[in-house]
Design a protein around this ligand. Sequence first.
Ligand code: GTP
Ligand code: MG
Length: 193
Amino acid sequence: GLMQSAQFVLSAARKGQFPADELPEVAFVGRSNAGKSSALNRLTGQRNLARTSKTPGRTQLINFFELDGGSRLVDLPGYGYAKVPPAVKEKWARLIESYLQARPNLVGIIHIMDIRHPMKPFDEQMLEFAAAIDCPVHILLTKADKLKRGQQGKQRQLVRNAVGDAAGVQLFSAESGQGVDEARAVIAGWLGW
Ligand code: GTP
Ligand code: MG
């Protein structure tokens, strides 16, 4: 499929380095260490496409990946990692904002939350932000493999109640592949496949 054709294009440290064309983009956002890069790798079927790490803050730049047929997946740095100096945090926040605030290419946001720790303040801010720019959001409750079935369902319901119709919500695991087809279908819809 087209998702598997993903190829790294470039890493951007500032707005001037973003690709300057009109290809539609789906962005992966979420708190530091939530599992953004792992989700991207699982969805593209490429283990080493985006760098993942046990150490939060692995992704410090905005990474662009191009798909056959003319579209991109975008891996954003994680937000909210406590152990980086405030100046670095500020820099990341500005970089993330500079992408989300004025990127006409953006057609949808895949919002990654660790199923064990969903809807933290950053997540709520992100959802408000997406609503303000009128961008569709689909939430992946990832690391579902860490919880038993009953707990997975409870967390899903909790998030669904919190977001209402504002976003899609599904279970996901980059480890087991749970929820991959459902997530791919959402992205395909946004990209008009
Ligand atoms: P930053 O770029 O640092 O913000 O992190 P990230 O959100 O890209 O997270 P990343 O994909 O690097 O994953 C962080 C840690 O969580 C790594 O140790 C992964 O192996 C682990 N992880 C990610 N997804 C899953 C999952 O679905 N299940 C389990 N069990 N572990 C996962
Ligand atoms: Mg990452």
